[in-house]
Design a protein. Sequence first.
Length: 124
Amino acid sequence: MNRNYQLGLLYLVHLLMSADGVVDENETQALNTIKNKEGISEDVFDEFKHTITSKKGREIYQTGIEYMNRCTDEEKLRAFVILYKMSEVDGRVHVKEVRLLLYCIKVSGIEFDDVVAKAAISSL
């Protein structure tokens, strides 16, 4: 996967994890699983961690969407399936997570039904 995809995914996962105000252990473990499954290098992950410390939520969102919009539709769909699955990982889906997910999908030009259908057959 390309760097834009990886960074966009990390930024949006970070926002989703913190949307309900609580980052639990399952979400942290899921982030590590995503990092490994998506082949995200330590360099890219360190860049992400360093950059988010100096950004506010809106800036993190804007940057994540900018990265996503440089991706193919296939990469976007893959990222949103991961985000969809990530929203369920802590055992509850918070309304802020749903709003974030729906808005990201809409501004990226991906169909929500496609995300749901692909999420039903994939694992995190």
